[in-house]
Design a protein. Structure first.
Length: 83
């Protein structure tokens, strides 16, 4: 449908298991978990940008499909931003 509903970019953590990221940089991972807005993922998408992107995609979906039934299948981060 649109890249606007893509999951958050996890930067240098993309495709790595949590245990692997934790072993490599426990401090950065802990900071991100405690305050994802204040401590973005290295080379990843800032959460504030992610929120704006999802909001814009959601607004566009509502506008483009007004009055219609739509099923959106997305990752958990996207769904959390919509809710």
């Amino acid at each position: 449908m649109t890249g606007g509903f893509s999951e958050l970019s996890f930067g240098i953590w993309e495709g790595r298991a949590v245990a692997e990221v934790n072993a490599a940089d426990a401090q950065a991972l802990g900071q991100f978990w405690r305050d994802p807005v204040g401590h973005p993922i290295p080379q990843g998408e800032p959460v504030a940008d992610f929120d704006r992107r999802i909001g814009a995609a959601w607004d566009g979906l509502l506008r483009d499909y007004q009055g219609q039934h739509v099923l959106l299948v997305a990752h958990g981060g996207v769904i959390r931003m919509i809710l």
